[in-house]
Design a protein around this ligand. Structure first.
Ligand SMILES: NC(=O)c1ccc[n+]([C@@H]2O[C@H](COP(=O)([O-])OP(=O)(O)OC[C@H]3O[C@@H](n4cnc5c(N)ncnc54)[C@H](O)[C@@H]3O)[C@@H](O)[C@H]2O)c1
Length: 289
């Protein structure tokens, strides 16, 4: 049993009225870690790189079974190889699929269900950046951002929740961004889609919470990944300026976002539902000069 789930019989015997269980709090402090994630079936989209791959390593270290989705077949194969090398005993099902193609998403979930009978955790992580002066942004580019960053999240969340509800529950984590909370210039499509992901997460949480499915969003600030490196290479981002603008004085790491993902997926976060969790080094709190 997880420390956060206690019943009346395990409450403090010397203080029968105590609204807490000392045993549960002591177990929490001793550090049960994320043992509760062992054998869970965790489906991660955009798993071939960056934050998604770091999440895959983190869940793999907990003994979870990994269903990995990515549109980039070569990168996905390389990522699966790295994960197998780090943890040979962890079962991995890697599938090439684009989250913005609903039939492909459905086929991928079907394959996971056939292999393992369920999906316990969905990490809706796949996303693309879209940096361009908005006066020049084409309709095609706008639609691509909406398709991948928003529609893909919906397709996967619905496919996951239908299975989770049928099997008694699950957890969905959607990757938003601090740029769904505060705005940046020349990123209208990115900011709008990430804000929509944050609201979609709240909407799904209130609708599916009573059915046993928790839905939360993670909203990272700048994290050093291929997505960011690409923007730096195209002259659209200055890493030193970003670090100076961040109250914590640096960019975040994929490991720090993975740690938040593990926590939110675990039963330690069983009462957290419909939350947009910022992990941005204080960026969005800062509004001075
Ligand atoms: N890196 C950051 O600073 C940062 C900050 C805030 C939010 N995020 C969000 O975190 C998530 C991961 O970002 P990252 O930095 O690791 O990016 P990344 O580019 O390193 O990885 C994204 C992965 O998604 C895959 N992908 C792209 N389109 C896809 C599609 N249609 N179907 C399936 N897979 C697809 C890519 O092939 C890639 O492997 C994204 O949603 C991103 O918007 C990143």
């Amino acid at each position: 049993m997880n420390a956060s789930h206690t019943n009346a019989s395990s409450r403090d015997a010397s203080f029968p009225d105590a609204p807490y269980s000392i045993e549960a709090l002591q177990a929490l402090a001793r550090g049960q870690g994320f043992a509760g994630l062992r054998d869970k079936v965790v489906l991660i989209t955009g798993a071939a790189s960056g934050i998604g791959l770091a999440m895959a390593h983190a869940f793999s270290a907990c003994g979870a079974r990994l269903a990995l989705l990515d549109v980039d077949g070569a990168a996905l194969e390389a990522a699966a190889g790295r994960l197998r090398a780090a943890a040979p005993q962890v079962p991995i099902l890697a599938q090439v699929a684009a989250v913005d193609e609903q039939p492909a998403v459905e086929r991928a979930f079907e394959a996971v269900e056939q292999a393992w009978g369920r999906v316990d955790v969905l990490l809706n992580n796949a996303g693309i950046s879209m940096n361009c002066p908005t006066l020049e942004l084409s309709g095609e580019a706008w639609r691509k951002a909406v398709d991948v960053n928003l529609n893909g999240v919906f397709y996967c969340a619905q496919a996951a929740a239908r299975r989770m509800v049928a099997r008694g529950g699950g957890v969905i984590l959607n990757m938003a961004s601090m740029y769904g909370v505060v705005a940046a210039p020349e990123r209208a499509a990115y900011c709008a889609t990430k804000a929509a992901v944050a609201m979609l997460s709240k909407s799904l949480a209130i609708e599916w919470g009573p059915l046993g499915v928790r839905v939360n969003a993670i909203a990272p600030g700048y994290v050093r990944t291929a997505l960011v490196d690409d923007l730096v290479a195209r002259g659209r981002m200055d890493l030193d300026a970003l670090a100076r603008r961040t109250p914590s004085g640096r960019l975040g790491t994929p490991e720090e976002i993975a740690a938040l993902g593990l926590f939110l997926a675990s039963d330690h976060a069983a009462f957290i539902n419909g939350h947009v969790a910022l992990a941005d080094g204080g960026w969005s709190a800062y509004s001075y000069i």
